[in-house]
Design a protein around this ligand. Structure first.
Ligand code: PLP
Length: 447
């Protein structure tokens, strides 16, 4: 992270973490036992790194609406929202009904179904830049497919990505790339840096197949791209014949037509995932016919996209009913305005208490941070496991709010204003009680 905003840990913070960890361990013997048992047969005791935090993650026995209960019987308001996928909460009745009905009609049907067509039509109607759509099983797959289509369509090798981006399990890039990420030929630029990125694009245009960008960096810290930045990408890519891919796996929940609709910018290709599957494994990619035709063998396309469960009828039905009947444009606007209001309240709290604390994001996707410098790109975000993040998580769990260690908050449809108000009250109490441990505001944030 930027050295200007590096966070110091102190013995007092360390001893507060120790106390909180001991209380957490004592309160959660069943989750601890499950973690120890799982660790014998699963590396680290899990299958999804995002879910792990020390000393051990809670195991959740079940959920209802926006609340979850852990194995030891504690009840929480779920502020994690399955890292943005959990738009519907845990027991959305129309989706449950659709899944029951679909199961009764039979699964693994070994051919095409009607639900995938209806869902593709709905997506194309909500996000008009997606003239044609293909389904797959995760956002990670969707991005990988879209990138390969772009490389094939342009006959160029490179992708331009942004430092600190998260495009799923295979495509996460930063100054140092995680070993599991695919080593595509890459060019990296800095998010939200207009002139610098324009220069990189112009200097390398003939080699660049696609610019891959999250319109709001999600895992990177809930950092929205400026409209100026996205417009520049649109302008430069159009001029140079580069495919502009918006990774809206996370951000498509933020407005009825995704962030592209909100900003009025049409990318060439888009990737989707998360809520679009109604709670089931899901991915989709699509875009202008001119690119998607490469997947159409009846029109001479040579790209053959495989995947046993690509059109699995349960995800297609759940996703269709969810997006069509539950996450309507009106519901989407309501949820995101609840999120905007929560973000403003959290920022006002930090300012009024003089504490270096802020929330970034857009609509119902937020991230908290322990300094008040304006954040424009991921190097300005403290580590997901920084001591202040760990302390906040453990203490908010103690207060009945399940929050992610990295500070990410995602609202869900069953939440009401009373829920976010209760959360703000609990954060206020945390900030007040721990004021001596927390960084002072430097008044860098305009609010
Ligand atoms: C922007 C973005 N792209 C891709 C992915 C990967 O999606 P999935 O977890 O469904 O593979 C994610 C997941 O968080 C994401 O936020």
């Amino acid at each position: 992270m930027n050295p200007a905003i590096r966070l110091e840990t102190t013995p007092a913070i360390q001893s507060a973490i120790l106390r909180a960890e001991q209380a957490y361990g004592a309160a959660n013997p069943q989750s601890r036992a499950r973690h120890e048992r799982a660790s014998r047969v699963m590396p680290g005791g899990h299958s999804r790194q995002t879910l792990f935090y020390s000393p051990f993650p809670l195991t959740i026995a079940g959920g209802r609406d926006a609340r979850i209960t852990d194995l030891d019987g504690h009840d929480y308001l779920n502020m994690v929202g399955d890292y943005a996928a959990g738009v519907y909460g845990h027991t959305c009745a129309p989706i449950q009904e659709a899944v029951r009905e679909t199961m009764q009609g039979g699964v693994s049907l070994s051919s095409l179904n009607t639900k995938e067509v209806e869902l593709a039509e709905l997506i194309a109607q909500r996000i008009p830049s997606m003239e044609q759509i293909r389904f797959c099983n995760s956002g990670s797959e969707a991005v990988l497919f879209a990138a390969q289509v772009a490389r094939h369509a342009t006959n160029r090798p490179k992708l331009l990505v942004f430092n600190g981006c998260y495009h799923g399990g295979f495509m996460t890039y930063g100054p140092v790339d995680p070993p599991l990420s695919i080593s595509f030929p890459l060019i990296k630029a800095t998010y939200n840096e207009v002139a610098g990125t324009r220069a990189v694009l112009r200097a390398n245009a003939p080699d660049i197949a696609a610019v891959l960008v999250e319109p709001i960096m999600g895992a990177g810290g809930a950092i929205p791209a400026t409209t100026e930045f996205l417009n520049m990408l649109r302008e430069e890519t159009r001029r140079a014949g580069i495919v502009l891919i918006f990774d809206e796996v996370m951000s498509s929940r933020l407005a009825p037509g995704g962030v592209q609709g909100l900003r009025g910018i049409s990318p060439d290709m888009t990737t989707l995932g998360k809520f679009w599957g109604g709670g089931f494994a899901f991915g989709a990619f699509g875009g202008a016919r001119d690119f998607m035709r490469h997947l159409d063998s009846t029109a001479g396309g040579v790209l053959s996209q495989g995947g046993t469960f690509n059109n699995n009828v349960v995800a297609m039905s759940a996703g269709l009913v969810g997006a069509r009947d539950v996450y309507t444009p009106e519901a989407c606007l309501r949820l995101n305005s609840l999120g905007d209001s929560l973000r403003l309240q959290l920022n006002a709290l930090g300012r009024s208490l003089g504490i270096g604390f802020q929330a970034t994001g857009l609509g119902g996707v937020l991230n908290t941070h322990w300094h008040d410098a304006i954040i424009t790109e991921p190097s300005m975000v403290e580590s997901p496991t920084s001591p202040l993040r760990r302390l906040f998580q453990l203490e908010m769990i103690e207060r009945g709010y399940f929050v992610a260690q990295r500070g990410m908050i995602n609202l869900s449809l069953p939440m009401k204003e009373a829920d976010t108000k209760g959360f703000v009250g609990a954060v206020r109490e945390y900030l007040t009680r721990n004021a001596d441990l927390l960084p002072r505001a430097k008044s860098l944030h305009p609010g």
